[in-house]
Ligand binder design. Structure first.
Ligand SMILES: [Zn+2]
Ligand SMILES: [Zn+2]
Length: 321
């Protein structure tokens, strides 16, 4: 598998929000109102993820060119060390809720397993807002990915951007992909702050879920990543006009390119001097309004001297975790 294959994959880009609340839990909009809101804002798909509850019938919310996928948000307790805030684990593509009474006594891993058994994609939600340390995030390392940006956490507390948490986790070898979401609760306040651009062959739930599982997406607040590739250990980015392009690796490595005069629409980073010092590289672009887009990580296989979209979790798993 090559690195950043999504940018040469067939299909088209679909815009979607993967974390949304409605009146089924503590959201202020009905499922119908929320679906209509996203459809009219130009979204292609939406996942409804109420606390502990699933919309078992989303068919009536779908329209031509607009797909609604069922989901859930689960809150198993965090254990190490004790904290006031439970884990928030979002399940994309889950149509059946577990027993809340039982799961409240279980672990993040049980919640992740429940989501996977239902055919869903488990995402570790908003670690910055939760105040979670790397110890607590380790309980959720079996998740597929992490919310690198959560809009309602940004709007309410200024705690939306979990990029450093993502780097801490990736530096330990977590196989996490990076998602941006709204976590909409109030339809007038929360929509369109962060979303996914998913590359898929068709707008169906199986095609979108399969594309997400393959990592065929990037997260954004507005800027577009147009091309991303690694050839001979040189990582090249093409994007909408931005103020800076940042290549993140295990700290303190990586690089930033800043616009001087004209905005940047491309950049290159020769990673050869850094080989063997990082497990991953990921790219962030930041526009003149401070809005970001985040690529998924590409992982470096030191044995084969290759970059890949495959995190190879077993290869990096450390003893005792
Ligand atoms: Zn949450
Ligand atoms: Zn939520």
């Amino acid at each position: 598998m090559s690195a950043f294959a999504v940018f040469s994959a067939a299909g088209r880009w679909y815009r979607g929000n993967c974390h949304t609340h409605t009146t089924l839990s503590d959201g202020k909009g009905t499922p119908q109102e929320v679906a209509e809101l996203y459809r009219t804002r130009g979204y292609d798909f939406l996942t409804l993820t109420d606390h502990w509850k699933c919309h078992e019938e989303v068919g009536s919310l779908c329209r031509k060119g607009f797909l609604v996928i069922p989901g859930i948000e689960l809150h198993p307790p965090a254990r190490t060390p004790h904290t006031a805030v439970n884990h928030h684990i979002v399940g994309i593509g889950v149509a059946k809720a577990p027993s809340k009474a039982r799961m409240q006594k279980q672990t993040a891993r049980s919640a992740i397993r429940h989501i996977e058994r239902q055919g869903g994609i488990p995402v570790y939600a908003h670690p910055y807002w939760s105040g979670h340390s790397i110890e607590q995030m380790r309980e959720g390392r079996a998740a597929f990915g992490v919310e690198v940006f959560n809009n309602v956490c940004e709007v309410e507390r200024g705690l939306g951007d979990s990029s450093p948490h993502a780097d801490m986790a990736l530096s330990e070898g977590f196989p996490w992909r990076l998602l941006a979401v709204d976590d909409l609760h109030r339809p007038l306040r929360d929509p369109a702050g962060g979303w996914l651009q998913v590359r898929a062959p068709a707008l169906t739930a199986p095609a979108i879920l399969k594309a997400i599982r393959r990592g065929w997406f990037y997260a954004t607040q507005g800027p577009s990543i147009r091309a991303l590739s690694i050839r001979r250990h040189v990582c090249r980015v093409e994007c909408s006009p931005v103020s800076s392009i940042v290549w993140h690796m295990e700290g303190p490595f990586g690089r930033v390119a800043r616009a001087e005069g004209q905005p940047l629409t491309s950049g290159e980073f020769d990673m050869r001097p850094r080989l063997g010092r990082t497990r991953y590289v990921r790219v962030e672009i930041i526009d003149a309004h401070g809005r970001k887009a985040w690529s998924n990580p590409a992982w470096y296989d030191a044995r084969r001297r290759q970059w890949s979209d495959d995190p190879g979790p077993a290869r990096f798993r450390r003893a005792g975790r």
